[in-house]
Write a new protein. Structure first.
Length: 277
């Protein structure tokens, strides 16, 4: 994403306010990225609820009326765009200096971008990824929350090889946690396994969607820590997020997989996510 096509703050489309806000100064806020494709905002209501729940983890309140306002504002801001990437941001309403804040009210921000485009083979044949040297911090108070501090991901991408479309991050114990912009799934011993995110990582909407879909398809699932050696021994690996849906991993450093694997194919076919090619 680069320059937004359109934006608004609290329904005001004339400006996007960041410079004096707590989101800019302290990362005191949360966000979610939503895909609009062929006029339809995919999983819109579920994404709004995930945004609200993340904000609540930081003590930022948005009532049902505010969530309804945000929904209406998104529809207005994106009305002229058939396909695009929508970034929904909630920040704590209280400017000025100081970490302590008496406010728990939310400011609503919307940024609309052109949808990214990728080679279509990323969905069919998979992508190249690299294990990052950046270790993702363990912080149970923030684990799962898509908060505004993404510096670990920024550093990981800066250090990534040029041919890597994604980076894979581990925690201090050597457990694989996530991709830089994605959740991670491995097929290990016939069981679809995704990392436990109780200590680190982001709880993505697409992660939940894939787990539910797997259950509907009769695919066994497990949420558990994944040591790096188990990741390397997995039969299939793929990553997910709300823009791409599912991308198989065909190579991570020197480890290669035949792609797409059987489980990955079944899930991708059932998911039927748009291909942004």
């Amino acid at each position: 994403m680069s320059t937004p096509i359109a934006f608004s703050t609290n329904g005001n489309a004339a400006a996007f306010t960041v410079a004096t806000g707590r989101g800019f100064q302290y990362g005191d806020g949360v966000f979610r990225t939503v895909l609009k494709f062929d006029g339809r905002i995919i999983d819109f209501d579920a994404q709004l609820l995930r945004l609200r729940d993340d904000a609540a983890r930081l003590g930022i309140r948005i009532e049902e009326a505010g969530l309804a306002q945000l929904r209406d504002e998104v529809i207005l801001v994106t009305a002229a765009t058939e396909t695009g990437a929508i970034k929904l941001v909630l920040t704590r309403r209280d400017g000025g200096r100081g970490y302590r804040s008496a406010s728990g009210e939310a400011d609503r921000h919307i940024l609309l971008y052109a949808a990214p485009k990728y080679p279509s083979e990323y969905w069919s044949d998979g992508i190249v990824a690299a294990m990052s040297t950046i270790v993702i911090a363990q912080q149970p108070a923030l684990a799962g929350v898509k908060h505004l501090n993404r510096l670990e991901q920024v550093l990981a991408y800066q250090a990534a090889p040029a041919d890597a479309e994604e980076v894979i991050l581990c925690d201090v114990g050597g457990h694989v946690i996530c991709g830089g912009r994605s959740n991670l799934f491995c097929v290990i011993g016939g069981v679809l396994t995704t990392p436990d995110l109780s200590q680190a990582g982001v709880h993505g909407h697409m992660r939940d969607k894939v787990l539910r879909l797997a259950s509907e398809l009769g695919i066994r699932t497990r949420v558990a820590p994944i040591p790096r050696r188990h990741f390397a021994a997995a039969d299939e690996v793929f990553v997910t997020n709300s823009l791409i849906g599912i991308w198989p991993l065909k190579r991570v450093d020197s480890r290669s997989w035949r792609t797409p694997g059987e489980v990955t194919s079944r899930l991708a076919q059932a998911l039927a996510h748009p291909v942004l090619a």
